[in-house]
Design a protein around this ligand. Structure first.
Ligand code: CA
Length: 227
């Protein structure tokens, strides 16, 4: 999943990027409101973290503009002061949740994960589709109760597919959402990783959890369990 961080304090911006990347996210950063607006418009953003006190374009105006332009990705607001007015103003402008500075990175990551899974229609952090179960907290996957050993990239690919289980996701979209801005993108690598992921999840070719729709993309095909 791809996260946009809009924060003008360099140390905090770099720390957020590092911690979010360590948690398995692709991260784009912007240092002021105008850069944030450009990134929000141009990049395939799954979630944005926006500081309210930003140069050039204030955070509230950035959020209002993105929402007015029908960008629906979840927005987590960072407020500098523990003032309830800022939180209300952020939520009123179209943000979904907030964290007050100073914060623990664990809290930010937990809130990001909660917003992403709710946006994907999941109430619980355990994504369960029949025999395939993915736990967002521990970043582990099991099939029929047996742990499956995935590489970081394979896990991220599966997490993205299961988060939106039932939806058709194009190869181009997967490439964009799983690689960062500067990464050399090659959609053929998605095919290679998809092949490996299928063999690990379904070595006997019985479950067929991931469907290929010719010319359209992939779909995680096992139905979601109620959660
Ligand atoms: Ca600031």
């Amino acid at each position: 999943m791809r996260i946009l961080v809009v924060e003008d304090e360099q140390i905090l911006r770099e720390s957020l990027k590092r911690e979010l990347a360590a948690a398995g996210f692709s991260v784009d950063v912007a240092a002021d409101g105008e850069e944030g607006l450009y990134a929000g418009r141009e990049f395939p953003v799954d979630l944005a973290i926006i500081d309210l006190g930003l140069p050039k374009l204030p955070g509230l105006d950035l959020i209002r503009t993105l929402r007015a332009e029908r960008h629906t990705f979840p927005i987590l607001v960072l407020t500098a002061r523990d003032r309830w007015q800022d939180k209300v103003a952020g939520l009123d402008a179209g943000a979904d949740d907030y964290v007050t500075k100073p914060f623990q990175f664990e809290e930010v990551i937990a809130r990001v994960q909660a917003l992403l899974r709710r946006a994907g229609g999941w109430a619980s952090p355990v994504l369960s589709c029949g025999p395939v179960v993915l736990d967002l907290r521990s970043q582990t996957v099991a099939v029929h109760g047996e742990a499956v050993d995935l590489t970081t990239f394979e896990y991220r690919l599966l997490e993205h597919m299961m988060m939106r289980a039932g939806d058709v996701i194009s190869k181009a979209e997967l490439t964009e959402r799983l690689y960062e801005q500067d990464f050399e993108r090659d959609s053929n690598t998605i095919e290679v990783f998809m092949g490996r992921l299928r063999r690990k999840l379904d070595p006997d070719d019985k479950l067929q959890p991931i469907e290929t729709l010719r010319g359209r993309g992939y779909r995680f095909a096992l139905p979601r369990d109620p959660n």
